[in-house]
Design a protein around this ligand. Structure first.
Ligand code: ZN
Ligand code: ZN
Length: 252
């Protein structure tokens, strides 16, 4: 059984009391933080420290809190020098920030690339390039029971991505707009309709719509996405999902 905690699901900035991208995945007691957006560290502080961090890309709404997530680990390492640096996975060629933290020995920097798979504790991560202005990787996370979570990260609609993220028990799929404001797609994002189409084509059992801006009517976006993928729901910080395989995810 895999557990997903949605720490933040907005983009590109948080609304009042909100947070941008941050997803805490847990299996067999191992915790992986996917993205560390604005407001994520506050919510992460309610949980034990993660065992590893994956950053889909270096845009602020996915990494704004990385530094303070690192400081938390730095303080723990000072108290217990046996603690290893925190593995930090990110797309090859994307390392622009965090160098100060790397020199402090906080992170064990690991570059990953399109098509690659990595084992982290009980999890296997597989990466797929998205269509975005900077190097960005979608990820498929599978545990030893076969429970699978997939995350599109930020991307324009890109039909091959559906195949790369195929058959997830739960898909986190980005949408930054409705079709009514489709100009945002040129910045490397999907409309809610396209997010629904991608979820449908990927054969996901269930899906959560993430990355909506705080001034977007979430219900309008959800209705648009459900036109292509009826089981779509809205991702919201504070949600906890139990991901079982075969698909039986339940919100709490
Ligand atoms: Zn981005
Ligand atoms: Zn973003």
């Amino acid at each position: 059984m895999m557990l997903l905690r949605v720490l933040g699901a907005q983009g590109p900035e948080p609304g009042p009391g909100g947070a941008t991208a941050g997803f805490l995945v847990e299996s067999e007691g191992y915790r992986l933080l996917i993205d560390a957006g604005s407001g994520v560290a506050t919510r992460l502080a309610e949980h034990p420290e993660p065992d590893a961090v994956f950053l889909s890309h270096f845009h602020w709404d996915h990494m704004a809190d990385l530094g303070v997530v690192g400081y938390r680990h730095l303080r723990r390492r000072r108290a217990d020098p046996r603690l290893a640096p925190l593995p930090l996975l990110f797309p090859q060629g994307a390392w622009a920030a965090g160098e100060e933290l790397a020199t402090l020995g906080v992170f064990d920097a690991v570059e990953v690339r399109d098509g690659e798979s990595r084992a982290l504790g009980p999890l296997t991560l597989s990466f797929a390039a998205t269509v975005h202005p900077v190097p960005c990787l979608a990820v498929r996370v599978e545990d030893r029971e076969g429970c699978t979570l997939a995350y599109t990260a930020d991307t324009r609609y890109h039909e091959p991505l559906a195949r790369r993220l195929e058959g997830a028990d739960l898909l986190l799929v980005e949408a930054a707009t409705t079709e009514a404001h489709a100009e945002v797609k040129a910045l490397g994002h999907q409309s809610a309709m396209e997010a629904g189409r991608l979820a449908q084509e990927s054969g996901a059992a269930e899906a959560l719509l993430v990355h909506l801006p705080p001034d977007q009517d979430p219900v309008a976006a959800l209705v648009e996405a459900q036109g292509a993928f009826a089981p779509m729901r809205l991702g919201r910080s504070g949600q906890v999902w139990r991901i079982a395989h075969p698909a039986a995810a339940h919100a709490r």
